[in-house]
Design a protein around this ligand. Structure first.
Ligand code: C2E
Ligand code: CA
Ligand code: CA
Length: 838
């Protein structure tokens, strides 16, 4: 241990000094001649003077600042100048012994005695060399004059050298500070005091020259000198101590707590001349303890595990302005000590500075943590941990700045389809699970260097970087969307996430905003086109107003009846006769004009305005039905239903109320349902559809054949009709697969007693092909585009070839109309059909 080593060194040193002193005294005792009775009084007075000059009564009470502020040297100078050296040494030893006896510390006493004896010896030797040889008879042989002054100065110097050397060495050893540091402190005052001592000695010598017993008068003179210097020195010492305190507290101004504690623990011992210090913070669990000494930390850790303390402890609480106690500062001493009032006050001051420093460091750490957290939160999405919109924009901006070096980059926007339904029906926990899984998959599928972000809701974005050619962006996008294909398991259910992605390459101008806009446009193109991804192409950019819609606009649209409905007739493919009509919503926007569902539907679905919109559509559809009926055309009306409406528990009641209000039989209303995953999996949807079906409302499955799970949906949903998606109709004459889908749909429908309607019939060959495949109903531009209900009525009334209610010529002469289309036998003509499970 360091402390033990210091102790050993100190003892060894003191031992050496004591030995030196003892040698001097042994010599003195041997050389001592008998003291004449006349001298005895003088010698006693001399001893008393040395004792009182050294006494603590008038010594500065500053630990470790010790020796030089006394008039010890003056009295010793008088001794060596007036009595033979052996006698002077013994007087010195006795005087110091008396002065220091109260210390009760043999080490200190013997050091003090030995040091002064040695110093007195040196002074005596110097005086002797300078020609001062006091006779044993106590008569002053030396003339007053320059010679005496020179001798005294020399003796004082010799005394000073020994005194300084021995004293500072002991201080340096005890406090483990540099020798020079100890020496430099107050050296100027010390030098002055030494000079004054010489002067005092001269004065005393002058007085005792005529009458030796006048020496008694020296006691008050010395006391006066000490008092004179005392205040000055006290001020100095005090000031210095405060300066050191201030410097130490300055060092506490660091921002980390450990730094504060270390600085305090290592500074405190020097400030209070303690052997060590420790700080225990009690307001943390477990209490933290730091212990150390002037230049090292000896323990740091839980207070309970700290090695036991030895020696004396002085404690000071660390308290805040409200008196709250956060811990304690302890000064550790090997020996028992008592602090002066001023030291106590300094300790309090230091403790309160330490309190402030600790709390500051803590506050700073907390602030740093909060800042870091804020920075992270500001850049990340809390749910998925992905970058957020802000971060994405920031990074994109950085890419733009560095584009010359980084090559091509692109933005991929991904929007999940029908996510809201999952969220609303399965609950937010499940929705969150899906989002997290999507985030995970995107991250896994992303290339190193790509930034995956969640923009909010079910919108994700990827900054694709390091693209060798623009075409690679589309490949990467496809791979990313592929990663979402695998069903996601949520609460035991297998959900398939559908998503659309829009890709935009970094444009030459317009920056991040333009990049975002383009990706957005592309994403909507993908959505509308039913593709998984689309790449932005300038030619197709029709600044998509649908994305600009605001919730406020939607409520106005509902209130101001800006939503209208067009009707597209559904005809008997064989006869051309109109059998029903599908209601298709339109928005007459005051600024953007005529908007189609593709432009606004998603906004409506995502807003709170869906019920109002549904009401407006139903209202107009049923009003149209009544109008046509009154004109003699009983045409069931088909209304499209958002999956989201099916999750709305009030939806069935809203439909039935409207039917009742318009006095429309339930079986004249067809609800067209888009095939989605939620349709087949959710109880709430089942309940709604069963309620409507039980009331007599007819249900159609829209866009049949496009969903991933057409058949499983069908096996569960109580629908009456299938609507073959436009995509198959368009390809029915050219693609064997499309024809197969149509054929199998027809077969399926027949076996389940469902009707089939082909969508998007645009040409006679399509009509014929459909007819031949067994599909008997269709709608499309071949027959009519969607139109206002009044116009449809006029069209119906006008009819075709004089037949009202007919829109096209019959496929076959009226007489030979075969209501059931011919069926091809398998293997004949077009490709054989896959066998569909029922
Ligand atoms: P959908 O139910 O498949 O409606 C048929 C869409 O095909 C309509 O587009 C229609 O104008 C268009 N169309 C009809 N014949 C042809 C043709 O021969 N060729 C081509 N290329 N297209 C044809 P629209 O009106 O833009 O509606 C788009 C989709 O918006 C609808 O698809 C439907 O899913 C949805 N939608 C329309 N009205 C409503 C509504 O009131 N509520 C809800 N929830 N969805 C609606
Ligand atoms: Ca439809
Ligand atoms: Ca459709």
């Amino acid at each position: 241990m360091n402390d033990a080593k210091t102790d050993r060194q100190l003892r060894l040193y003191v031992g050496l000094v004591a030995f030196g002193g003892l040698c001097c005294l042994v010599w003195a005792a041997g050389a001592l001649t008998a003291v004449a009775p006349g001298q005895l009084l003088y010698v006693t007075a001399l001893t008393v003077i040395i004792a009182s000059a050294t006494s603590r009564l008038i010594e500065m009470r500053v630990r470790s600042d010790h020796h030089a502020f006394t008039s010890t040297s003056g009295s010793i100078l008088v001794a060596v100048a007036t009595v033979p050296l052996p006698l002077a040494l013994i007087c010195t030893a006795l005087g110091i012994l008396i002065a220091k006896a109260f210390l009760r510390d043999s080490l200190k006493i013997s050091f003090s005695v030995a040091k002064n004896v040695l110093a007195a010896g040196a002074a005596g030797a110097a005086a002797y060399l300078a020609g001062i040889r006091p006779p044993t008879t106590l008569t002053f042989a030396v003339e007053f004059g320059p010679r005496l002054v020179a001798a005294l100065v020399l003796a004082s110097l010799a005394y000073a050298v020994v005194d300084e050397l021995l004293s500072h060495t002991v201080v340096a050893l005890a406090t483990r500070t540099a020798w020079l540091q100890s020496f430099k402190r107050n050296w100027d005052v010390v030098a002055v005091v030494r000079l004054i001592n010489v002067a005092v000695a001269l004065l005393v010598l002058y007085v005792v020259k005529s009458e030796p017993l006048f020496i008694a008068a020296m006691v008050p003179a010395m006391l006066a000198l000490q008092f004179a210097t005392k205040n000055q020195i006290r001020q100095r010492v005090d000031q210095e101590a405060w300066q050191r305190l201030a410097a130490s507290t300055d060092q506490l101004n660091v921002t980390d707590l450990t730094g504060v504690l270390h600085a305090a623990v290592t500074r405190v011992p020097e400030l209070f001349s303690a052997d060590g210090a420790e700080i225990e913070l009690r307001d943390v669990s477990p209490p933290r303890l730091v212990r150390g000494s002037a230049n090292r930390i000896s323990y740091e850790g839980p207070a309970t595990e700290a090695p036991a303390r030895t020696g004396e402890v002085i404690e000071e609480d660390l308290r805040g302005p409200e008196n709250e106690r956060i811990g304690v500062l302890r000064l550790l001493f090997r020996k028992s000590v008592k602090l002066s009032d001023s030291e106590k006050y300094k300790l309090q001051t230091f403790a309160s500075s330490l309190y402030t420093a600790v709390q500051n460091a803590r506050a700073y750490t907390e602030l740093k943590r909060i800042n870091a957290e804020n920075a992270h939160a500001a850049a990340h999405d809390p749910l998925t941990g992905l970058a957020n919109r802000r971060e994405l924009l920031e990074q994109a901006r950085a890419r733009f700045a560095a584009r010359n070096t980084d090559g091509i980059f692109a933005l991929l926007l991904i929007d999940l389809n029908h996510f809201k339904e999952v969220n609303d029906t399965l609950g937010h926990t499940a929705g969150d699970d899906v989002l997290r899984e999507v985030a995970k998959r995107l991250e896994e599928a992303a290339a190193p260097g790509d930034l995956v972000a969640r923009l909010g809701g079910d919108e994700f974005a990827l900054l694709l970087t390091g693209l060798p050619t623009p075409a690679v962006a589309a490949h990467r996008a496809t791979a990313l969307l592929d990663s979402l294909e695998r069903p996601i398991e949520v609460e035991g259910m297998q959900l398939t996430v559908e998503a659309a992605g829009g890709i935009a390459l970094a444009p030459g101008s317009g920056g991040v905003q333009e990049l975002m806009r383009r990706a957005d446009v592309a994403m909507y193109q993908a959505k509308r086109g039913g593709q998984r991804t689309a790449t932005y192409a300038h030619a197709r950019d029709t600044a998509d107003v649908g994305r600009l819609m605001l919730g406020g606009e939607l409520s106005r649209a509902v209130a101001e009846h800006e939503f209208t409905v067009d009707f597209q007739p559904i005809v008997d493919l064989g006869s051309g006769e109109v059998t029903s009509a599908e209601a298709l919503a339109r928005w007459h926007h005051p600024q953007h004009g005529h908007l189609t569902p593709g432009q606004f539907l998603q906004t409506v679905e995502r807003s709170g305005q869906l019920p109002g919109f549904v009401d407006a559509v139903l209202e107009q559809a049923l009003t149209a039905y009544r109008m046509w009926l009154e004109a003699g055309f009983d045409l069931p009306v088909a209304v499209n239903v958002s999956p989201r409406s099916l999750l709305d528990e009030t939806f069935p009641a809203a439909v039935l109320t409207q039917l009742a209000r318009h006095a429309v039989p339930a079986d004249r209303l067809v609800l067209e349902l888009a095939e989605t995953l939620t349709l087949s999996q959710l109880e709430v949807v089942d309940r709604a559809l069963n309620e409507l079906r039980d009331a007599g409302v007819r249900l159609a499955l829209d866009d049949f054949g496009t969903g991933v799970s057409s058949l499983s949906v069908l096996s569960r949903l109580p629908v009456h009709q299938l609507k073959i998606d436009r995509g198959f109709v368009r390809a029915v004459e050219t693609s064997a697969e499309a024809a197969a889908v149509v054929r199998s749909t027809v077969d399926l429908a027949r076996s389940l007693h469902l009707t089939v309607v082909a969508e998007g019939v645009e040409s006679e060959p399509q009509r014929l092909a459909l007819w031949e495949l067994g599909c008997v109903a269709g709608q499309g531009h071949l027959f009519a585009r969607p139109m206002r209900s009044g116009r449809l009525l006029a069209t119906l009334q006008r009819g075709s070839a004089g037949r009202p209610g007919v829109l096209a010529g019959a496929l076959h002469p009226a007489g030979s109309v075969v209501r059931m289309p011919r069926r091809r036998t398998p293997g004949q003509g077009r490709s054989s059909l896959p066998h569909l499970p029922a």
